[in-house]
Write a protein that binds this ligand. Structure first.
Ligand code: ATP
Ligand code: ZN
Length: 211
């Protein structure tokens, strides 16, 4: 029996996910242009997927566990267990407005058009703050939306803030702080749970050694 782990096929979390496995003493060959691979020295099979699909695969049990940003876990709203935060892929999901706007607080978002790839999280945030705004879901290059007249504000992932700055925007509200997390299917059997514990034990040791 092998534990099935889903990681990002390519993108910001790919390299650090592979690196974490290596640091845990698990040898796999790098999987760009490849759907899956098996570890040679641990009962682990690694699937390479788009990050957006990982929560669904883990909920369904196609993968037993996965590595994905907390932001994606929250947006997808799937029934998965967050097992451990992994300390990489750190970013925040923030509302940004034009630099020239005189922003004083969330109430200023009322009646605006907000472009985002995170409609579920933004909707929850607006509701919690009693704000009525129009959410425009777009899948990429969200930061250019205000400049082309598509929206008045955006909600997007930020790390340094330089992308916002280059597009004439400023960070107005942090909705969520996020990092990569290890998630697991909620119905793992005894043997799968034991393997997960073994992996988790190694991950925690790696994290400890870094502090
Ligand atoms: P995929 O092709 O797998 O769908 P993607 O384009 O959706 O990839 P990436 O841009 O590779 O995703 O980002 C993956 C994750 O990296 C994000 O969901 C987030 O958790 C994390 N991340 C960390 N810093 C940033 C940042 N500055 N911008 C975007 N994502 C970031
Ligand atoms: Zn994605």
């Amino acid at each position: 029996m092998k534990l099935k782990l889903a990681i990002q096929k390519s993108g910001r979390l790919h390299d650090d996910s592979i690196k974490l496995l290596k640091e845990c003493g698990i040898d796999i060959n790098n999987g760009v242009n490849q759907l899956k691979t098996a570890a040679s020295n641990f009962p682990l099979e690694v699937f390479f997927l788009r990050d957006d699909d990982i929560p669904q695969y883990v909920e369904d049990g196609v993968a037993d566990i996965g590595i994905v940003g907390e932001n994606v876990v929250m947006e997808k709203n799937k029934q998965v267990q967050i097992v451990e935060k992994l300390g990489f892929g750190k970013c925040r999901l923030s509302v940004a407005v034009p630099k020239t706007m005189d922003y004083t607080g969330v109430a200023d978002l009322d009646r605006l058009r907000i472009a985002t790839s995170y409609p579920v999280i933004v909707e929850q945030f607006l509701k919690k703050n009693n704000i009525t705004a129009e959410i425009h879901e777009i899948s990429g290059s969200v930061e250019i939306a205000p400049g082309i007249g598509l929206a008045d504000a955006i909600c997007d992932l930020v790390s340094s803030g330089s992308t916002l700055f280059m597009n004439g925007l400023k960070e107005a509200e942090v909705i969520l702080k996020s990092e990569a997390a290890l998630i697991a299917n909620k119905g793992l059997n005894e043997a799968q749970q034991q393997l997960l514990q073994k992996l988790l034990f190694r991950i925690q040791a790696v994290k400890k050694a870094k502090n």
